[in-house]
Design a binder for this molecule. Structure first.
Ligand SMILES: *Cc1c(COP(=O)(O)O)cnc(C)c1O
Length: 432
């Protein structure tokens, strides 16, 4: 560094006029340029490093499309479910004006989101009424507020679940002003435990599917069909949003079965096994659903027209990527994996895929993957498109189960670019 670094600080407008920043978002570049110029003043970088640092920061901080080669079907960090083609088109169409709250026949205001609600009702005829909101947590929040504020929610100690990232259902429920009445023990709860706790102060009985962990050994939980005999509304949080039984997922509860067994209300997520957008589902008895739908808080949890469009199309538009990924067999995946392995000099190996997204924690889906050197993981993540695989025992595995087949060629290209001499070094430079 020669002399006082402050004398070599370029001016912001000079930086922004640099041809290398010609096609970028100027507002964002300006914020980043100021940060980098501050670093020049502190003597951390040289004036001529500012533009490359801004280019790199622009690249690093924007949202990117990812090819999910992890073998985790519902990866929460990758946005859970990928939307079906029908849902993608519906979202694009709904981006303009839509009849979301207008009856085109009469020209009068209509019930918001009736297309999506109608599709959900049709998919689960057993539900007397349905409602959609922001996410699964919002569905629980509304149920607790609308049915148990100032009252008790009776729940097993074995079902006080942390969903992930520090979010604990008991804390969410108590934040509504409902009190938790915990019954049973961590491993065993009986029908009598619930029955003894129920009284005039009961808002509802809650059963939570322990979707992200599994208990075995000396355990006992009370099935829905028995809880339904108790003298209190029964709310069941099934988590995943499976609407009907799926033989691939033998231990996952589904909405239809839980309603048939007597639940008054079922809550679930839209972006887990349903394979739709982030949303919360409420289905069940008309009196309960309507009480919640009309609650003032419902407005704050209301879903956007894009979500309504995506839910409707997810339900009516054929197979979802989630369904395809869950049901893909090794025999179907093998030719694709062999082609990729040949194209990138990788090795074909057996792998295990999982549902993820806090669902079916014990379920292993036999899968197949291309194994590559672990060192490729980072350049692949930083590539365009970004490719995220799974590092296992010192190797990078690329599982094609969750990669749409038309993207196979793009994935092979990405691997070739990441393996090209100098690729790793270039990315190390970009990784400060
Ligand atoms: C995932 C999950 C939730 C939360 O749903 P979000 O849609 O993520 O808000 C609640 N309960 C259970 C049992 C879950 O598995």
């Amino acid at each position: 560094m020669n002399g006082d670094p402050r004398r070599n600080v370029p001016r912001t407008d000079r930086v922004l006029d640099d041809p290398r920043l010609k096609d970028v978002d100027r507002g964002r570049a300006k914020v980043l340029a100021r940060e980098q110029l501050e670093r020049v003043r502190r003597g951390e970088i040289r004036g001529e490093d500012v533009v490359p640092a801004v280019v790199e920061a622009l690249h690093r901080t924007r949202s990117r499309v990812v090819l999910n080669a992890t073998g985790v079907v519902l990866h929460t960090n990758l946005g859970r479910a990928a939307l079906s083609e029908a849902a993608v088109s519906a979202v694009a169409a709904a981006a303009g004006y839509t009849d979301v709250e207008l009856d085109l026949d009469s020209g009068k205001r209509a019930k918001r989101g009736r297309g999506a609600m109608g599709a959900l009702s049709a998919a689960v005829p057993r539900a007397q009424a349905v409602h959609l909101l922001n996410n699964g947590a919002a569905a629980l929040l509304l149920a607790a507020t609308g049915l148990a504020r100032g009252k008790e929610i009776v729940v097993s100690r074995g079902e006080l679940v942390e969903i992930g990232d520090g979010f604990r259902l008991p804390e969410l429920l108590e934040s509504t002003g409902a009190r938790l009445r915990e019954v049973g023990t961590t491993n065993r709860t009986s029908l009598a435990d619930y029955a003894n706790a129920i009284g005039p102060g009961t808002g509802f009985v809650l059963k939570v599917h322990p979707s992200n962990f599994y208990q075995r050994g000396f355990v006992a939980a009370v099935p829905v069909r028995q809880l339904a005999t108790l003298d209190a509304p029964l709310v069941v949080d099934i988590g995943s949003g499976l609407l009907a039984p799926d033989p691939v997922l033998p231990d996952e509860p589904d909405v239809d079965t839980v309603l048939r067994e007597g639940a008054g209300l079922v809550t679930a997520s839209g972006d887990k096994l349903l394979g739709g957008p982030q949303a919360g589902l409420l289905l069940g008895r008309a009196d309960l659903v309507n009480t919640l739908r009309r609650h003032p808080l419902a407005r704050a949890l209301r879903v956007d027209k894009l979500t309504l469009a995506a839910v409707e199309a997810t339900l009516t538009g054929g197979t979802t990527p989630t369904h395809r990924a869950l049901h893909a067999t090794v025999a179907q995946l093998r030719p694709r994996v062999e082609r990729l392995a040949a194209a990138v000099q990788g090795e074909v190996v057996d792998a295990v895929a999982v549902v993820g997204g806090g669902g079916a924690p014990e379920l292993e889906l036999p899968s197949i993957a291309v194994a590559l050197p672990e060192e490729l993981a980072r350049p692949l993540r930083l590539g365009e498109p970004a490719v995220v695989g799974r590092v296992e025992r010192g190797r990078l595995l690329l599982d094609l189960r969750c990669v749409p087949e038309p993207q196979d060629a793009a994935l092979a290209d990405a691997v070739r670019r990441a393996s090209a001499p100098g690729a790793a070094a270039a990315h190390d430079g970009a990784g400060r």
